[in-house]
Design a protein around this ligand. Structure first.
Ligand SMILES: Cc1ncc(C[n+]2csc(CCOP(=O)(O)OP(=O)(O)O)c2C)c(N)n1
Length: 336
């Protein structure tokens, strides 16, 4: 069982090839995702957001480490817990907040909400409320990239809960047979809703892609540098035509399954959450490395954090004040 204390240790050299500017950009991305999600929680608590949302707090290193290794026109498909993927791939926070609040300025003109945000301009083919629902979409995107010869790759993010979906195995089979440029990124945050993954997942996760001949490895999902370095190597290899790959990122969600899941002690101990936050926080791990390497001091990081907060607060304020779509367009952009 993966716990806070038995994570693989980080690769201390990883990230050294990146410029300080790029590393600080990654830091800002991670901080912005966390601040965005804290705002979402606040909007929900203040009854300004209709419906629910699944927060990505604690998992920020995965989205940032992976998306930093991609080009803007590479594809991603996302999940019900997709805000971090969306932001890391380049979506604008104001339009995301607007979508969450059902406003016309949102990515789906306010008609999709948290679990349906898509941003084709940044290569994001969309979140998906269906567990495992995006695996076929990623395979389709990779199929088109291969046959059009565009050299794009498709990253398919999913939680370990999707390992119980048969469609995943159908597409991994085809992806291998057809050597599709697709990368399966399994974010194991240890819980499928309210159940520990060990109660739902038989055998070794990495044995599953291996059964199809898909190269598979795992990485510490709290270490953005290790994720970036691993993703960069895998992306280069997949882009060069070697076919699909699978990356397991071991991580943890700090909050409930969704914003309303506040009393969680019946399925996981508070001490477990506290241990992850104290010992394995991805922003703290990155902060310690940046300051330890003397790439920036704490004052500089605090300044970046303050800037990110001003931007995220302004984006939320924009969405709160934005207009709802008019009644006359209630049937527009609706396909099903
Ligand atoms: C096909 C399907 N079955 C069940 C659900 C209900 N459901 C929503 S999220 C979730 C758990 C998903 O766990 P995981 O894939 O590990 O993602 P996480 O929530 O941990 O990020 C379930 C069962 C669903 N949305 N789709």
């Amino acid at each position: 069982m993966t716990t806070a204390t038995n994570q693989p240790k980080s690769n201390s050299g990883a990230g050294s090839e990146l410029s300080t500017e790029r590393l600080l950009h990654m830091y800002k991305q991670m901080v912005s995702i966390r601040l965005f999600e804290e705002q979402v929680n606040d909007l929900y608590t203040r009854a300004l957001m209709p419906g629910l949302a699944h927060l990505y707090i604690g998992e920020e290193a995965v989205a940032v480490g992976i998306c930093e290794a991609l080009n803007r026109d590479d594809y991603i498909t996302s999940t019900h817990r997709g805000h971090g993927h969306c932001l890391a791939k380049g979506a604008a926070p104001d339009r995301m907040f607007a979508e969450l609040l059902g406003k016309e300025a949102g990515y789906c003109r306010g008609k999709g909400g948290s679990m349906h945000i898509a941003d084709p301009k940044s290569g994001n083919l969309g979140a998906n409320a269906i567990v495992g629902g995006s695996v076929g979409i990623a395979a389709g995107a990779a199929f088109s990239a291969k046959h059009l010869g565009t050299k794009q790759v498709a990253v398919c993010f999913f939680g370990e809960g999707a390992l119980g979906q048969g469609l995943l195995y159908e597409v991994m089979n085809l992806a291998r047979l057809w050597d599709l440029p697709v990368i399966y990124v399994c974010e194991n945050n240890m819980y499928n809703e309210y159940t520990h993954f060990s109660e739902t997942t038989a055998g070794e996760i990495l044995a599953r892609p291996a059964a199809f001949g898909i190269p598979a490895e795992s990485v510490d999902g709290q270490d953005v540098r290790a994720i970036y370095a691993t993703a960069k190597r895998i992306v280069d290899q997949v882009r060069s035509g070697k076919g699909p790959a699978f990356l397991l990122c071991n991580t943890y969600r700090y909050k409930g399954h969704h914003v309303g899941d506040v009393n969680r002690e019946y399925y996981r101990a508070k001490t477990e959450e506290q241990r992850w936050m104290a010992e394995r926080d991805p922003i703290k791990i990155f902060t310690d490395w940046i300051t330890g390497q003397k790439l920036a001091d704490q004052a500089k990081l605090d300044e970046i954090q303050s800037r990110a907060k001003v931007e995220i607060d302004a984006a939320a304020e924009f969405a709160i004040k934005a207009d709802y779509p008019g009644l006359d367009e209630v049937e527009e952009d609706i396909y099903a």
